[in-house]
Design a protein around this ligand. Structure first.
Ligand code: FEO
Length: 170
């Protein structure tokens, strides 16, 4: 059985994962309408992954005798200014999500809720992957700079980067 505090923390994370999905969906639209199809695919896939992250917690909360709260759909920003700025936002967002996961893991230990702690370990590992992937992509973008040819190749390469990274819920 979940404690009130544990349930609240998990429900907050459900909302954050839902918000993440919306942000990446907005990034997908921005990229697609700027002609960057590879980046758009990366973002659409990422948005789907975040929705899966949300669903996984929803199912867990209900399974443990709690009640999951389906969060509001918040409208994210739609202007990301540049490819570099967009991936900086993505990276910073993932760093923030990692901090939130750490906070919930902390709550699970304080509540002596080892089942939730065990469940959350998947998210701890996932965040390591997500941060590493975002950092790698950002490094590549910084290397390319304003080189148009480089950007064209990057848009193509990002499809394979994602496939090789093999991120996503197992
Ligand atoms: Fe579900 Fe990207 O954190």
């Amino acid at each position: 059985m979940l404690s009130e505090r544990m349930q609240k923390s998990l429900n907050d994370q459900i909302k954050l994962e839902g918000d993440s999905s919306q942000i990446y969906l907005s990034m997908a639209v921005w990229s697609e309408t700027k002609g960057m199809e590879g980046v758009a695919k990366f973002m659409y896939d990422h948005a789907d992954e975040e929705r899966q992250h949300m669903l996984k917690i929803i199912r867990f909360v209900n399974e443990r005798g709690g009640v999951a709260i389906v969060p509001d759909v918040a409208k994210p920003t739609s202007n990301f200014v540049s490819l570099k700025k967009m991936f900086e936002i993505l990276f910073n967002h993932e760093v923030m999500v990692s901090k939130k996961i750490n906070d919930i893991v902390h709550v699970s230990l304080e509540e002596r809720d080892y089942a939730s702690n065990n469940f959350l370990q998947w998210y701890v590992s996932e965040q390591i992957e997500e941060e590493a992937l975002a950092r790698m992509v950002l490094d590549k973008i910084n290397m390319i700079g304003d080189d148009k040819g480089g950007l064209y190749l990057f848009d193509n390469d990002i499809k394979t980067i994602v496939a090789q990274a093999g991120t996503g819920p197992q």
